[in-house]
Structures are given as structure tokens and as C-alpha cells.
Ligand binder design. Structure first.
Ligand code: DGY
Length: 318
């Protein structure tokens, strides 16, 4: 008999076809964002769940899942939406989709840097008006060549971004839990502390996972470490920024501009960012290319398949 798997969000067609070939897949054809209660109800009789970052699968949900559920395969590299420790206690493995979205996300990280530094939001608005006028000082932004890029979190995405940013002539600095080997560092300068990294960051890109340690790591106090007029960008998770402090730093020009793809409590965005001409903001597009989304869902499916066939999975995170 085929295994039963709840697929919580609509996937691209080729991925849904594969899932339906492998399992009795409960697909979400209307792409409704399920409530926690609905996930519990729909998972009855299922052997696994293929989840997305839009579902908060916390301890309460985990403890209400039927005992038949043995795997939660998250369709994302980030897994802050799942209480993986609670899952472990119930012998449910949690998996994610590393590697396949590295390049797409690094591209968006670079877009945020360019958009924020070169005033893309204002430029796009002017271009749609009839009365814009070129002048020597019209929409002057910050040039990347020769400026210092601080990368917070030098994992796969941070390293891919470092490579792109180097080709723009940026000098790379980073902070990571541990220092990388010289070959992987590739000339980037390691910083022992957040203070040291932030104080040399003309531009910061946040690329680290959301953990207890990184939550609100950019806050009222740490914003003071930056050079005046720095640019801050975030392609990881909204949890890392204390929004009220950031909005204030933009208003008083301590921070020149921001580039954001991710937010606390998505899809809500702190209203302080919405009308800021210096906020270049995108709706969580990091992995949004056909190639990458297909590869991510394919990996999320393969993770479940591997587990059903062997009892383990190499992308287990708990
Ligand atoms: C991830 O995989 O964590 C990305 O944020 C999804 O776009």
C-alpha cells in the first residue's frame, strides 16, 4: 500500500506529479494557507508531512499529530517554523533543503545590496513620472566598488554572496560561529565579535540562520556599532532585526538605506518600512526561480522517499 503524505502548500506541477506517483499525496490544490488545527486534522492517517515556511509547526501541533506521522520534510532550507526538538521527542524526523537554493538566494542578496545602495525604489518611482529631470546630483547613491561588505553567517549563501560581491570590487568581512579555512575564506576577513564586524560594515548582509543567539541581533545598541550611513540588508529571516530600532535608525539617517526580503511575522511588514523611500523591500523572493523552486520541492520529496525506503535521511536536522 502506498504511504500517505500531507503536502501543505501547492507545488509546481512536475513536483506534484512526482509526489502523486510515489505516494497517496494529499495535495493542496487551492493553495490555502492551513491553520494549525487544519494541519492536525489533515494529517490524520498520514505517514509524513511535506511542509512549507508558512506553517508554524510548534510543540502544540507536534504533540497533536497522529503517531503515524514519522517525518516532516520542510520545503525550505530554513526551519525556524518547526519545533524540531519537540519533533525529536516524538521520534519525528525533520528535514530541510540545503544547497539547491544557494545561488538563487545569493542573487537576491546582491539585488538587495544594489537596490538599497543605488536607490532603486526611488528611481523606479521617478521613472514612472513624466516630470523627472536628469541632473548631476539626481538620486546619487552609494557605489559598491571599494566598500566593505560585512557578511553575518558565512554558510553556503554567505559564501556565494561573497564571491559575487568580490566581483563588484567589495572588500569582504565576515562573522561566523567558527572561522573558515583559508581556502574557503578566500581573502575574507574574519571578525571575532559582532561589534568588530558591524563597525567595518559599510554594507551588511544578514545570511545566518534564525536561532536564539541571532534573534534581534541588529538592535538599538548594536546599530550604534555601524559607521554612520551604513546599509543593512537581510536575506535570511526577519527575526534577526529589531524593527522599531531599525525604523528609527533610518529616520535619523544613522542607517542610509535597507534592503529586506524577509520579515518578522510574514506576510506582515512593519509599517515603518512601507513608506520609507530608503527601504528597498521584496516579498520573500530569495529562492523564487523555477529552477530553484523545482529543485527544492524535488529534494523535499526525495528526503521523504529516502526516509520511507531506508529509515533515515541525510538532510535530517534533528
Ligand atoms: C528558505 O528555504 O529558507 C527560503 O527562505 C525559502 O525561500
Amino acid at each position: 500500500m502506498k504511504k500517505k503524505v500531507l503536502v501543505t502548500r501547492k507545488l509546481l506541477r512536475s513536483n506534484e506529479e512526482r509526489a502523486s506517483k510515489l505516494w497517496d499525496a494529499k495535495l493542496n490544490l487551492n493553495d490555502e494557507v492551513y491553520s494549525q488545527q487544519k494541519i492536525i486534522e489533515l494529517s490524520q492517517g498520514c505517514d509524513g508531512i511535506l511542509s512549507s515556511l508558512t506553517e508554524k509547526i510548534d510543540e502544540k501541533v507536534i504533540n497533536s499529530l497522529p503517531p503515524s506521522v514519522k517525518i516532516i520534510s520542510n520545503f525550505a532550507v530554513g526551519f525556524g517554523n518547526i519545533d524540531h526538538q519537540a519533533a525529536k521527542k516524538r521520534n519525528i524526523i525533520v528535514t530541510n533543503t540545503p544547497d539547491v537554493l544557494t545561488d538563487a538566494t545569493a542573487e537576491i542578496a546582491m539585488l538587495l545590496i544594489l537596490g538599497a545602495c543605488r536607490r532603486a525604489k526611488e528611481g523606479m518611482e521617478f521613472a514612472r513620472k513624466e516630470n523627472w529631470k536628469w541632473s548631476a546630483d539626481f538620486l546619487i547613491g552609494k557605489q559598491l566598488t571599494g566598500s566593505r561588505l560585512g557578511i553575518l553567517g558565512m554558510g553556503r549563501i554567505g559564501r556565494a554572496l561573497a564571491k559575487i560581491a568580490k566581483s563588484f570590487g567589495m572588500e569582504i568581512h565576515y562573522r561566523n560561529r567558527s572561522r573558515l579555512s583559508p581556502e574557503i575564506e578566500n581573502g575574507a576577513k574574519f571578525h571575532e565579535s559582532i561589534k568588530s564586524l558591524f563597525s567595518v560594515s559599510d554594507v551588511l548582509s544578514i545570511c545566518c540562520p534564525a536561532t536564539k543567539e541571532t534573534k534581534n541581533i541588529v538592535n538599538k545598541e548594536t546599530l550604534e556599532y555601524f559607521p554612520t550611513g551604513a546599509i543593512i540588508t537581510n536575506v535570511a529571516r526577519g527575526d534577526m532585526i529589531e524593527d522599531e530600532a531599525m525604523v528609527e535608525a533610518l529616520a535619523n539617517r544613522k542607517i542610509y538605506a535597507i534592503g529586506l526580503d524577509v520579515y518578522k511575522g510574514e506576510p506582515k511588514i512593519n509599517s515603518g518600512y512601507l513608506n520609507q523611500s530608503t527601504a528597498f523591500i521584496l516579498p520573500h523572493l530569495g529562492s523564487a526561480t523555477k529552477k530553484t523552486r523545482t529543485a527544492m520541492a524535488d529534494l523535499a520529496i526525495s528526503n521523504i522517499d529516502e526516509f520511507f525506503n531506508t529509515g533515515k535521511c541525510k538532510n535530517t536536522i534533528n
